[in-house]
Design a protein around this ligand. Structure first.
Ligand SMILES: Cc1cc2nc3c(=O)[nH]c(=O)nc-3n(C[C@H](O)[C@H](O)[C@H](O)COP(=O)(O)OP(=O)(O)OC[C@H]3O[C@@H](n4cnc5c(N)ncnc54)[C@H](O)[C@@H]3O)c2cc1C
Ligand SMILES: NC(=O)c1ccc[n+]([C@@H]2O[C@H](COP(=O)([O-])OP(=O)(O)OC[C@H]3O[C@@H](n4cnc5c(N)ncnc54)[C@H](O)[C@@H]3O)[C@@H](O)[C@H]2O)c1
Length: 478
């Protein structure tokens, strides 16, 4: 047991991708920085979210692509090598060890304290360490809360007594259940239904509201068609009212639906969104409510405490729950914290150095299903709701030369949303095989606010799938 007190310029709670990047930036700016982590440095993304899920999906999508290439498809007709897929996933997550991350943070001179951090009044953090001791950390300037999010669960009777999967289990399991029920219609649900169906599980999706409902409607429709064709049992408009394992924890799970129907399965995954990890971080000691998301302004500074010493970055502020966007916030928060501490000018203008403008204008997202979905900016519905006068251009791009070369029977849909008053693109969605790598072109178009008339001069190479841009431009110009 070891009780100590230390003082730093900046104390970061939570060493996920976001906290690590805040710490890296504040330290690089010359501020002494300590980071507190209760589990693995690298956070949810590295061990139980982005990285393992994409490792499970990569062979599935590569096989699906290969099966559409004449001359190759005969060679990839068989099942996946499940043990090899799991072994690859385990390598990608470094076998749930964080030595690489420790090495990196040591190399940039960020101090690490392992344990559970709790606020204890303004600028004070008390860490309960694994050996039963406490470390009191005082921040001269800033505490940055980067504690991320955990899975949300439905309010079902005695759910805590029934073994079930959350995002952690579905990304780290090393056996394929015979029957898997997936509850939810968001990104985790569609990606994991895609992966586990291909790995050999009999998958039933129980979708309450529709698939990928925050995106253009055709995205969810095309993904639903493909999942159905792949053999997933898709049920829409259904709600789970009870789950039970009557034969004990190892018995099958019985799932009761609102209409009284009963399904049985081996595992059930709840993928119904996220909850903030703020229930036990001492928010009550600074007048905030445990379990709430932490509201921040565009510089990631809390709007709820005085003196500007509290920042909340990444999932925990509920602006955008994605790693790349959280890391963007971290780069900006690191810079603005340093500027404020040093009394340097703060650039808070739209697209300024110290504001996260892209969070509300151009968030890119790829959903790694077959077909992939890649979207950035506003959907047509969001643009109209935001008061833009828009023109929506839709193109089926299965016949562009690059798509024909890429895959036999390529199915692809694209939508471009143009702000008619400004003549710029405010949103783009692509659905099709291999579209993930197209997305950054659209992000640059939206961020740069390039006039569509100038994009007409951006010539896509022949024969690439990027020729979808030419089709969108032709359709827009008429
Ligand atoms: C299945 C799944 C797949 C995903 N795939 C993608 C994807 O492909 N692309 C993408 O961009 N996003 C993806 N996401 C979202 C992504 O995982 C999150 O947006 C990202 O992890 C957020 O990073 P963060 O640092 O804010 O939080 P986290 O990664 O959750 O890290 C928070 C860290 O804080 C630590 N912590 C919490 N409380 C305390 C405390 N009191 N004291 C000390 N430490 C604490 C935690 O242990 C954790 O290490 C996925 C999410 C899920 C669930
Ligand atoms: N590739 C990626 O970028 C990627 C992959 C996975 C996750 N993520 C991020 O992680 C976050 C979490 O993903 P998620 O899929 O859990 O959340 P989500 O918010 O994307 O989707 C939640 C889904 O659950 C449904 N739902 C909510 N409450 C329900 C209930 N009680 N019963 C039945 N259905 C219910 C919603 O209608 C929705 O379809 C998202 O913000 C997502 O962006 C990103």
């Amino acid at each position: 047991m070891n009780d100590t007190s230390r003082t730093y310029d900046v104390v970061v709670i939570g060493a996920g991708p976001v906290g690590e990047n805040v710490a890296d930036r504040t330290k690089a700016a010359g501020l002494s920085t300590v980071i507190v982590e209760s589990e693995l440095l690298g956070g949810e993304c590295s061990y139980w979210a982005c990285e393992p899920s994409k490792a499970l999906l990569r062979p599935v999508l590569a096989r699906a692509d290969a099966r559409r290439v004449p001359g190759l498809k005969q060679a990839v007709g068989g099942p996946l090598d499940v043990a090899a897929v799991f072994a690859h996933r385990d390598d990608i997550v470094n076998h749930w060890h964080d030595d690489d991350q420790v090495e990196w943070l040591n190399s940039v001179s960020v101090d690490i304290v392992r344990g559970h951090g709790r606020l204890d009044g303004p600028r004070q953090v008390v860490v309960s360490t694994p050996d039963g001791g406490t470390v009191r950390l005082t921040a001269r300037h800033v505490v940055a809360v980067c504690t991320g999010s955990g899975p949300a669960l439905p309010d079902l009777p005695r759910l805590d007594e029934v073994r079930h999967w959350t995002s952690r289990d579905v990304t780290s399991a090393d056996a394929v259940p015979g029957r898997l029920v997936v509850v939810g219609g968001g990104v985790v649900a569609v990606e994991m239904a895609t992966a586990w169906n291909a790995l050999g599980a009999e998958v039933t999706m129980l979708v309450r509201d529709g698939l990928l409902t925050r995106m253009e409607p055709f995205a969810g429709e095309l993904v639903a068609d493909a999942l159905r064709e792949a053999g997933v049992d898709m049920r829409f408009g259904t709600t789970v009212t009870a789950v039970a394992r009557d034969d004990g924890p190892d018995g099958e799970v019985a799932v009761t639906l609102a209409d009284g129907e009963r399904l049985v399965a081996d595992e059930i995954l709840f993928a119904i969104g996220r909850a903030p990890r703020t229930d036990d971080i001492g928010l009550e000691t600074i007048g905030l409510t445990p379990g709430d998301w932490l509201k921040v302004d565009d510089t990631c500074r809390s709007t709820a405490v005085e003196d500007g010493w509290l920042y909340a970055v990444g999932d925990v502020n509920h602006r955008v729950l994605m790693t790349h966007q959280g890391k963007y916030q971290a780069r900006i928060a690191g810079a603005v914290i340093a500027a404020r501490v040093k009394g340097e000018p703060v650039d808070e203008a739209r697209w300024g150095t110290h504001v996260t403008t892209a969070d509300s204008v151009a968030v890119p997202q790829v959903v790694f299903t077959d077909p992939e979905v890649a979207a950035v900016g506003l959907s047509a519905r969001e643009a109209e709701r935001a008061g833009h006068r828009v023109r929506v251009v839709d193109r089926d791009f299965g016949s562009v030369a690059g798509a024909v070369q890429y895959a036999e029977g390529f199915r692809g849909m694209a939508r471009m949303v143009v702000d008619l008053d400004r003549g710029t693109v405010v949103g783009v969605t692509f659905v099709g095989p291999g579209v993930a790598e197209l997305l950054h072109s659209a992000t640059i178009a939206v961020i740069s606010e390039v006039p569509v008339e100038r994009l007409w001069h951006a010539v896509p190479a022949f024969p690439t799938i990027s020729e979808v841009w030419l089709r969108l431009m032709e359709a827009y110009r008429g």
